[in-house]
Design a protein around this ligand. Structure first.
Ligand SMILES: [Zn+2]
Length: 108
């Protein structure tokens, strides 16, 4: 297996991992709203705050004395720009087929 093939396999595994995480987060979000409806922006604010908290937690595992070993170096300013870009892109993106039917079960 050459370098290009290995890189493609790594990217495919990462995409599968991201899809699984997105599905888990989406289901948890709509489950929570089923149990206790919230105003839409209050729900989305909580979700955004949670992403920020998750960033802080995972970055703390990669700080000056990394406990993870994967080599990632948190760059809060650059990482925030990247996360903002993902958020902005998702706002205008057409829903993917695998997630498009999930909101039907919930109410925002
Ligand atoms: Zn790591």
């Amino acid at each position: 297996m050459n370098l290009h093939q290995r890189e493609r396999l790594r990217e495919e595994a990462e995409a599968r991992g991201q899809a699984a995480l997105e599905q888990a987060l989406t289901l948890a979000f709509w489950d929570a709203l089923e149990r206790g409806p919230l105003p839409p922006m209050a729900a989305l604010e909580a979700a955004a705050r949670t992403v920020g908290t998750l960033y802080r937690q995972i970055a703390s595992l990669h700080g000056p004395a990394p406990r993870c070993g994967c080599g990632w170096q948190p760059e809060p300013d650059e990482d925030l720009i990247r996360l903002e870009a993902m958020l902005a892109a998702a706002l205008i993106e057409r829903p993917r087929p695998s997630l498009a039917d999930l909101p039907v079960a919930g109410r925002a």
